[in-house]
Design a protein around this ligand. Structure first.
Ligand SMILES: *Cc1c(COP(=O)(O)O)cnc(C)c1O
Length: 357
């Protein structure tokens, strides 16, 4: 039986978008391929509030995280983490021989501009990585305020993982001073997994050109050069995803980005109210994600006692992740989710747990 997805990716894909994945193939070195990638880029620039160049990668988001930290770090990267995906930047750096240090916040607390300022004052770093929306802990970081701090330091590049927020919450790449902002298709953009994308600033590009070994497939300079030449991809891209993405971006523009963000907030408000009544929220107030809510459970709570009966009713909830696996569970409010469906889920959870409506 098909299950409605309340996990933080993949999210449910509209049938009309799925159908676009079955578009007949074109040559990837044709004028049509150029048109397709150009069209996607222009729409993404609007959704990301940027004039920067857009790069596509036939990999999931982790690919561009790896590519960006390796391509952009000349000296040393400062990795700020509020959960498992923040930690991933550090693992990627280490695996690629990129010098990096990790700075973790207390559980439930965000990365703060003050923390970033303290670290950058040492002069040791030329890259900062921040997770905009930490999917493992449901924390949204103050990326604008962090950007204001980074701007004071000339040589420092600002890489942001917006994998679980872009398209579901506002991410203003230019206004926040982000040099490389990354997302995947399978979360807020509500497409199948397998493609990722990022913006790249001119200063990031210039910095990357000074890095000697940037790898090959995920070298941002190489991806950029092909876009600059003819809006194509250096190897054969997932054209199927590109057809679907181009179409889905039209649907997002039709809903209106601001309306889409407001819908996610309304849904998250509803989940938060339910969670606060019956459980607790992991993220500190003021830093709670609108796309995924991480709910802290009391000792003795067994997630499968909830998730199994929910699956029987056709709903897949998100379990805890990483360090918070056994003490939290997660409900995503991403992509195409509408209020009626969330109401059904809350009613079903109340019934299973014997809670009041
Ligand atoms: C899902 C996720 C990732 C990993 O993305 P993939 O597309 O699975 O590689 C990274 N960061 C965050 C915040 C995520 O939610």
């Amino acid at each position: 039986m098909y299950k409605k997805l309340f996990i933080p990716g993949p999210t449910d894909v509209d049938p009309s978008v799925l159908e676009k994945m079955a578009t007949p193939m074109i040559g990837h070195r044709t004028a049509e391929a150029t048109e397709l990638q150009k069209s996607i880029s222009e729409k993404l620039q609007k959704l990301m509030y940027t004039d920067d160049t857009i790069l596509l990668s036939t990999s999931s988001g982790t690919g561009l995280m790896e590519g960006s930290i390796r391509s952009c770090t000349r000296k040393r990267a400062a990795v700020f983490s509020v959960g498992a995906f923040g930690n991933r930047w550090h693992q990627l750096a280490t695996a690629n021989n990129v010098p990096a240090d990790i700075f973790k916040s207390e559980p439930g607390q965000p990365t703060t501009p003050e923390m970033v300022d303290e670290v950058l004052k040492t002069g040791k770093y030329d890259v900062v990585t921040v997770t905009h929306n930490e999917t493992s802990s449901g924390i949204v970081n103050p990326c604008k305020e962090i950007g204001d701090v980074i701007r004071k330091y000339d040589d420092v590049l600002y890489l942001v993982d917006a994998v679980s927020s872009l398209g579901g919450d506002k991410v203003e790449v230019d206004a926040w001073g982000i040099d490389c902002c990354i997302t995947s298709t399978q979360k807020c953009l509500a497409l199948p997994p397998g493609l990722s994308l990022c913006s790249i600033s001119d200063r990031a590009l210039k910095a990357a050109e000074q890095v000697e070994n940037r790898g090959y497939y995920l070298d941002l300079v190489r991806l950029y050069k092909r876009v600059a030449k003819d809006f194509q991809y250096p190897s054969t891209p997932s054209l199927s995803h590109m057809f679907a993405l181009d179409y889905q971006l039209d649907r997002i523009m039709e809903e209106g980005p601001e309306n889409r963000f407001a819908r996610h907030k309304r849904l998250a408000d509803k989940v938060r109210a339910w969670a606060l009544k019956n459980f607790a929220l992991f993220a500190a107030e003021g830093y709670r994600s609108n796309t995924v809510t991480c709910i802290s459970t009391p000792p003795g709570f067994v997630f499968s006692d909830l998730s199994k009966p929910m699956l029987e009713r056709g709903y897949r909830l998100g379990g805890g992740y990483g360090d918070f696996k056994s003490t939290t569970f997660r409900i995503a409010t991403m992509g195409e989710l509408q209020e009626e469906t969330l109401d059904e889920v809350i009613a079903a959870m109340n019934e299973i747990l014997g809670l009041e409506d």
